[in-house]
Design a protein. Structure first.
Length: 562
């Protein structure tokens, strides 16, 4: 199936190098006249003590050409391989068309559990544009791992604990005007802002707030009820936004969930002599690893963020027995993760090697435009709404006859935003620009979605597609390139999971979209020769299917008309 692997297997005995290394060395020549795959023989000149062109000639003579290949040429220091295009095309198309929505999936993860923590928003705080990368990348990884057969657990580690909830309750008690569960996030945020304004004038409010937080901690019914309702109101609202983005979670266990799970950790750290007292606080000294100490218990007796993370990791191991635990969290928290992973290691939790901080860069708006009046936070919902509105205008212009413009605009507008953080390596900072993300001809989601809709439209207009076709008729360069891009898709899905990089899938479907459009312009799909037509329609259908599968793995939808 995988031509590179087949070649590596055939080359291994004649070169005396193992298959895995050979797979990495095999190249895909830019110019297809040079073959479909090439092996650069200079890689062996050290060990074989010969000039690359001599090695090439020698290997050519010794090699038995594997199945699926028709020719091998020694040119310069290279061995160039030519595949049997008809056979390869047939295998690829039959696989895609028979597997359908499952093309790209596998069973390699069966029996293993991957926990993925992503989005992890804070209660009664804006669901901001800055939460986009964690949400989009985490959701894509969740879908990718699921497709590979893993048992996946999506976790929203809510920021629902801390002294700010004492402030929220104080503010609500003083200035609340309706039942707390009727508050929107924006209204809750306004209460919080007002608290800070008034506390500047009247610092005693801070004491009231501390007292309220203490009550939450003690389980006071009124305090707990208000806190729970604020939490419910926030979750209710963000669920709408998550739904727009195709995002879901298996667990919403936030920081508060670990309140009663920290004491055993604190005790263990003490007993094992890992933590120590430092000016009334309990810390783990990490100077030996060139890191500042990890705070476990503050001098006032309260636990902090890191303590909850230690408890959460142990809880997840005990509950899910994960083979991997991924934290999709911004690189600003690199140090925090290094610190608490080190503490887990010191505690003898050898599974900490399976915990990965999947970090990412910052997103910002080009020119700093589109900020709220308060100046700082940009709500994700507002960005999505604006994207959908702008897309709607574009669709009205491009496809005036489309019936359901609204739902196409929603799919494409939201997709464009998700794509903006899925198309590049995670760690890159992203400067967001409307021109870039909504360009239907650029390297964008709308372009891929549009290409998918184009393939659907070709198939629709062609009517019933013949079941049988002769794949060897797909021997023109455009078809060959398109088939190659489609064949590479399953490996891209695997590689994206291995690197925790959804962009590998995004790039793979971008290549397919590009190759399809070249094919579409250069070759007449509705050829007069009915056999050629049948083969090209099958290729068009396989393109449609693979683009759809790829978009779905990234959390995007694939409208059939737009
Ligand atoms: N709620 C946190 C924030 O918004 C992110 C939580 C990250 N996850 C974790 N396990 N520490 O900054």
């Amino acid at each position: 199936m995988d031509s590179v692997k087949t070649l590596a297997k055939a080359l291994a005995p004649v070169c005396g190098v193992d298959e895995a290394a050979l797979s990495d060395w095999i190249e895909v020549p830019k110019n297809t006249e040079m073959g479909d795959y090439a092996f650069p023989c200079f890689r062996l000149s050290k060990t074989m003590r010969k000039a690359p062109n001599l090695i090439a000639a020698e290997l050519q003579a010794a090699l038995t050409l594997p199945e699926g290949f028709v020719k091998c040429e020694a040119v310069g220091g290279y061995l160039n391989f030519f595949t049997d295009k008809g056979a390869v095309a047939g295998t690829v198309l039959n696989r895609v068309l028979s597997e359908g929505d499952a093309y790209g999936t596998s069973t390699e993860g069966n029996g293993k559990t991957v926990c993925i923590e992503y989005s992890s928003i804070n209660i009664a705080k804006p669901f901001g544009f800055h939460h986009l990368p964690s949400t989009a990348i985490g959701n894509a990884l969740y879908r990718i791992y699921k497709a590979l057969g893993y048992n996946t657990v999506g976790i929203n580690h809510l920021g629902d604990w801390g002294t700010q909830f004492g402030k929220m309750i104080t503010a609500y008690k003083l200035w609340g005007t309706k039942p707390v569960d009727e508050y929107s996030i924006r209204e809750l945020v306004a209460l919080y802002v007002r608290f800070h304004d008034e506390a500047d004038r009247d610092p005693s409010l801070n004491d009231t707030a501390r007292a309220w937080f203490h009550k939450i901690e003690q389980g006071d019914p009124e305090a707990l009820e208000l806190w729970t309702k604020m939490k419910d109101a926030t979750i209710r609202e963000v669920k709408v936004t998550y739904q727009r983005m195709g995002v879901d979670f298996d667990s919403w266990a936030g920081e508060a969930f670990y309140t009663d799970k920290m004491q055993p950790i604190i005790d263990e750290l003490r007993e094992k002599g890992i933590s120590k007292l430092d000016q009334g606080a309990e810390i783990v000294d990490l100077s030996e690893w060139n890191m500042p100490p990890c705070m476990i218990v503050k001098s006032d007796g309260s636990t902090i963020y890191a303590t909850r993370d230690l408890a959460a990791a142990c809880y997840r191991k005990a509950t899910y027995d994960f083979s991997k635990l991924l934290y999709v969290v911004a690189y600003q928290q690199d140090l925090h993760f290094k610190q608490f992973f080190k503490v887990l290691e010191l505690m003898g939790r050898d599974w900490v090697k399976d915990c990965v901080h999947v970090n990412f860069g910052m997103v910002s708006m080009e020119g700093g435009a589109f900020h709220t009046r308060e100046g700082k936070v940009l709500y994700l919902d507002d960005v999505l709404d604006a994207a959908v509105e702008k897309t709607y205008d574009i669709i009205c212009e491009k496809s005036p006859d489309l019936l359901d413009k609204r739902s196409a605009a929603e799919a494409v507008g939201v997709g464009a935003i998700l794509w903006s953080v899925l198309y590049n390596s995670r760690i890159k900072d992203v400067t967001f620009s409307w021109e870039k993300v909504l360009n239907f001809d650029g390297e964008t989601a709308p372009y891929v979605q549009y290409t998918h809709a184009r393939a659907c439209s070709v198939l629709r207009k062609a009517g019933e597609r013949p079941d049988t076709f002769d794949a060897s008729l797909l021997d023109d360069p455009e078809s060959t390139a398109l088939l190659k891009a489609i064949a590479a898709f399953p490996e891209a899905v695997r590689s994206a999971a291995e690197k925790y990089e959804p962009y590998v899938v995004a790039r793979a479907i971008m290549q397919i979209a590009n190759a399809f459009n070249r094919f579409y312009y250069e070759q007449r799909i509705m050829a007069d020769d009915l056999n050629v037509r049948a083969a090209r329609l099958a290729l068009c259908d396989a393109t449609r299917q693979t683009l759809k599968n790829g978009l779905n793995l990234l959390g995007l939808t694939a409208p059939e008309r737009m």
